[in-house]
Write a protein that binds this ligand. Sequence first.
Ligand code: HEM
Length: 202
Amino acid sequence: MAARAPRYTAVAIVLHWAIAVAILFMIPMGLWMHESAEHGDVSARLFSAYQLHKSIGLTVLALSLVRLGWRLMNPPPPMPAHMPGWERFAAVATHWAFYALMIGLPLTGWLYVSAGWSIHDEAPLPVATHWFGLFQVPALFGLNQADLGVREDAAEAALTAHAYLAYAALGLAALHVAAALKHQFFDKDEVLAHMVPGLRAP
Ligand code: HEM
C-alpha cells in the first residue's frame, strides 16, 4: 500500500468527480424514465433513454470498482487534527456508505433489466442491453432464463431497491456537501482543497 499523501491522487480526484456528476445526472433521468413508462410512453426516444441510462450506469459500476481498488491501495490524506472522534467516525462511515451505494445502485439496476420483466405492464419484457451500442451485456445469474414467477419477484425487489438506494444516495450527497462546506467556511481547514484542484484552505 502507498504512503499517506497530503492530498488525493489525480486518479482519485478524476474518478470522484466523474462518478458524482454521473450519479447526479442519472437520478432525475431514472425518475423521468419511470414516470414516462408509467404513463404509457412507448416512444423510440424513451427506448434510447433506457439504453443510455443502462450504459452510463454500467460505466459507473466499472469506475466505482476501479475507484474502490484504488482507494484500498492508496490511503486518503489525513483528516485535520482538530476533528473530534464523532466527526472522524461520521466521515469514514459516509465514505464507505458511498462505496456501497456506488456499487449497489447500478447492480440493482442491472438485476432489474436482467429479469426481463416490466413492472409497468406486469409482463415479460425481453429487451437486450447494449453498452453504448457496442456490445450486448449479459443477464446477471442467467435470470432471463428463470421461471416467470422468479423473474417477476426479482424485478419487483430489484427496482424497489434501486429506487431506495437512489434516494439514499441523494440524502448522503446532501450530507456530504454540507460537511465539505462546513470544513471550508467554518473550520477553515484543507478538507475540501484535498478534492478540488487549485483550491486552498481559507
Ligand atoms: C449510477 C447508477 C444509477 C443511478 C443513480 C440510477 C438511478 C435510477 C433511478 C433514480 C431510477 C428511478 C427508479 C424508480 O423510480 O423506480 C432508475 C430507474 C431505472 N434504472 Fe437506474 N440508475 C443507475 C444505474 C442503472 C443501471 C446500471 C441499470 C441497468 C443496467 C439501470 C436500469 C434502470 C431502469 C431500467 C430503470 C427504469 C425502471 C422503470 O421502468 O421504472 N440503472 N434508475
